[in-house]
Write a protein that binds this ligand. Structure first.
Ligand SMILES: NC(=O)c1ccc[n+]([C@@H]2O[C@H](COP(=O)([O-])OP(=O)(O)OC[C@H]3O[C@@H](n4cnc5c(N)ncnc54)[C@H](OP(=O)(O)O)[C@@H]3O)[C@@H](O)[C@H]2O)c1
Length: 249
């Protein structure tokens, strides 16, 4: 049966958060630790930042390690999941946060670029799921949370959007196929941390379309992930949108 991690059930979950050195992933790792998880902080290139996150988590009295690898490469995924397991125990909660994002107008996009988005944003999470499943299906249960995006890609972002829409489909399919042992949900942030080169005009245009009148924060997203881990064990196949109403249109 799926395992809920309600605060008082006496079980400390082990969470693996991919891409957890910076930005949204960092906030998710810290929030899960604050709420009661031991956390493996995954990174690919941001080693120092990841170590700082792990140190902060240890400062909270929780166990934490950093693990490294490219999640598009199954061998590297197997290695970093094994490293997390050896240090902290079997992974109970996988948060597929690592991702790539960039403007790719479809008229100029190459097949290699399109494949790159699918590799990073769909196949990477798939490899991570496959690596943690044996433990989750061996009687422990587990939880997977995928970080997705609106399934209607904005102009200029079709390859990214398609890769994330496919991750939504993966979430829904896995939720059905892995129940009742493993719960699989997604969190869909709205505008949280825009790329550094976003113009002020674009930022203001986005803000005007957010009914709640502000950008989201990484902490808003982390709170939603934590709710799926600790707040309810009766959710699966759910996409929790954290967008201040932006996607209402
Ligand atoms: N930011 C937003 O406003 C927003 C909006 C909607 C959805 N989201 C979703 O929320 C999640 C977090 O967003 P974010 O903006 O914080 O993400 P991000 O900064 O774009 O990426 C997070 C991390 O992914 C890692 N990564 C990229 N390619 C990888 C690979 N091949 N293998 C392993 N790791 C890889 C990088 O780790 P290293 O630095 O260690 O290389 C990077 O720091 C993403 O899934 C994103 O799609 C974000």
């Amino acid at each position: 049966m799926p395992i809920g991690f309600a605060p008082n059930n006496g079980r400390t979950p082990v969470a693996l958060v991919t891409g957890a050195a910076c930005r949204v992933g960092r906030s998710i790792a810290l929030r899960l630790a604050r709420d009661g998880a031991d956390v493996a902080v995954h990174f690919r290139t941001s080693a120092m930042e990841a170590e700082a996150v792990a140190a902060e988590i240890r400062g909270l009295g929780r166990r934490s390690v950093t693990v490294a690898g490219d999640h598009t490469c199954p061998d590297q995924v197997a290695t970093f999941v094994r490293a997390a397991r050896e240090a902290l125990g079997p992974v109970d909660v996988l948060v597929n946060n690592a991702s790539i994002y960039s403007k790719t107008p479809i008229r100029a996009a190459t097949a290699a670029q399109f494949r790159g988005f699918l590799d990073a944003n769909l196949m990477g999470p798939f490899h991570c799921v496959q690596a943690v499943l044996p433990d989750m299906l061996a009687g422990r249960g587990g939880l997977i949370v995928n970080l997705v995006d609106d399934v209607r890609p904005p102009t200029g972002y079709v390859p990214y959007g398609v890769s994330k829409a496919a991750l939504v489909a993966l979430t829904l399919g896995l939720a059905r196929e892995l129940a009742p042992d493993v719960r699989v949900n997604a969190v869909c942030p709205g505008a949280v941390l825009l790329p550094g080169d976003t113009s002020e005009e674009r930022r203001e245009a986005i803000l005007r379309k957010i009914p709640l009148g502000r950008m989201g924060t990484p902490e808003d997203v982390a709170a939603a992930v934590s709710f799926l881990v600790f707040g309810s064990d009766y959710l699966t196949g759910h996409v929790l949108t954290v967008d201040g109403g932006r996607f209402l249109g």
